[in-house]
Design a protein around this ligand. Sequence first.
Ligand code: NAD
Length: 666
Amino acid sequence: MTFQQQIQQGIPATLPAAKSYPADANRAPKRKDILTKAEKQLAVRNALRYFPAAWHGELAVEFARELNDFGRIYMYRFKPEYAIKARPIADYPAKCQQAAAIMLMIDNNLDNAVAQHPEELITYGGNGAVFQNWAQYRLTMKYLSEMAEDQTLHMYSGHPMGLFPSSLEAPRVVVTNGMMIPNYSKPDDWERFNALGVTQYGQMTAGSFMYIGPQGIVHGTTITVMNAFRKVLPKGQSPKGKIFLTAGLGGMSGAQPKAGNIANCITVCAEVNPKAATKRHQQGWVDELIDNMPSLIARVKQAQAGEEVVSIAYIGNVVEVWEAFAEHDIFVHLGSDQTSLHNPWSGGYYPVGISYDEANRLIREEPELFRAKVQDTLKRHAAIVNKHTAKGTYFFDYGNAFLLEASRAGGDVMAQNGIDFKYPSYVQDILGPMCFDYGFGPFRWVCASGKPEDLDKTDAIAAEVLKRLMLEAPEEIQQQMQDNITWILDAKQNKLVVGSQARILYADAQGRAEIAAAFNDAIKRGEIGPVVLGRDHHDVSGTDSPFRETSNIYDGSRFTADMAIHNVIGDSFRGATWVSIHNGGGVGWGEVMNGGFGMLLDGSLEAERRLKSMLFFDVNNGIARRSWARNNEADFAIRREMARTPKLQVTLANRVDDEILNQLEF
Ligand SMILES: NC(=O)c1ccc[n+]([C@@H]2O[C@H](COP(=O)([O-])OP(=O)(O)OC[C@H]3O[C@@H](n4cnc5c(N)ncnc54)[C@H](O)[C@@H]3O)[C@@H](O)[C@H]2O)c1
């Protein structure tokens, strides 16, 4: 059967043979055994509804075994035989181009070269799922292959509920992931309902098919590290020979050493999992591997003395590094952490003092003891970071819930007011005021032809547009524009493409729309094939996340999620090809709402109209909210936008004199 025929058949007519996992697969960790016996029966009953009754006897036993062995029912025997990867858009069997574009993006998110645990349909972050099981993948691809231009596929946490009649203007797919009744949105609820097969954690771009491999995070991390050094060093001083100490060499965190090299510093990145550290070393993402403390201390002192630009992976616990650096008086300029603290009890954060294997045993067999050890480590971690910051280290939370979990564990991380943390998040100090409040965020595109030469042409178009806009850009945003022009000019030689022919850069509303319009013109002229636009959810408007994307909102509204909801609804009727809204993503289930979109550019006039309308709203929704929260940079940006766009009228915040408030008696 051809690849196209396999897609068109959906659930196969005859039961495929059971299969075993490849020996070299990077398997997802076994999930918590949380269901009661009755709930396990319900999980198997739920799984069997995808299949004819004649198969139930055989599949029930197999699914029960999967549930016992892995804590989830992945339906592994239904994984298709063809290689899953982004193919040229014309290869997909589809009645409409928009549906084919979505198929391409789904396959990219499950590509072995892109996804973290492809056998379990996990793209990144340990639990960021595209689908819960292989039946959902098969059915979704089949629906997309049959979809007409006036139908919409509604997807509930990976489950394709069905194709519904809609209109040409409607999105082709509407995705929700992990949406829960708020009182049932705690980590154990997720484990339970995910195990039952009725919800999933879509992370940000995994469950919305917009992950493009590590390039996105390399760009974001580079921008963050460069701007953090600008913040702490005297103007014009180079980061050479200065230390950036952090942890994690996993899916996203693995970008840190590469970004550190681009930013010209010494990066020391601890990683407890030797496999993850070795993989990053082999890929060339980190320069050196060191597995013992005396060698690390000697190497770091040498690098400081020689003002080297180098990245070093230490195989071990990050707390040991912080403690040893204090003991040996090694000054850390920048400190952070990218362990997976959004997932602290199932292997996101490893306790100090026990081996990696022993920690994994505790997760499975003694979860309460594991939890206690994680909490002790978090307290110790916070204490040693405090010791360094007392000497002048600049520490920031890297959006992984470090400060949140350290505070919950009783670590000394709270500010004197007992409400805020001692340390800023990277959004509060860096990305918020320097990027998001001006509308700069992670705009991305994929060349659907799959041709590298199309990507080269789009790089050149984007650079040209940014250079032109920079000539007239106000002083406030010149630095961001220059950083992104440099980035796009170097992008090809930095060899960042993994999977689809994709690119990312940060641009504001005007930049995004003008780049997209120039792509659409190039498609119309036949110079390039169709292009899929999208963005990371880690952006100006898409995400309400009080300790990350919206951590620099100070009017009390950072615990609300109206912005993300307005974004996804607003994008959906302004021309998005697909929209998604997720509970959870990045910092964890119940901690964030984030929305995203995808849009196919095909060179048509409709595409031009859609991109202008949707990209404008997609950015300015968030700027309006940020300006209402009294963020000065957003106030500047929205006033500038209103001057350009007469139909935009935003409610502006009046400022109150502190004296008036100080005199009030309560
Ligand atoms: N700031 C951002 O822009 C941003 C972007 C993406 C992800 N994140 C967050 O960063 C975190 C990491 O994401 P990821 O995709 O790399 O996750 P990951 O699970 O793939 O990697 C985390 C790594 O940390 C290692 N680790 C855990 N505890 C450790 C310890 N005590 N010492 C040393 N190493 C330890 C793990 O072995 C793992 O390899 C997540 O919480 C994610 O949400 C932040």
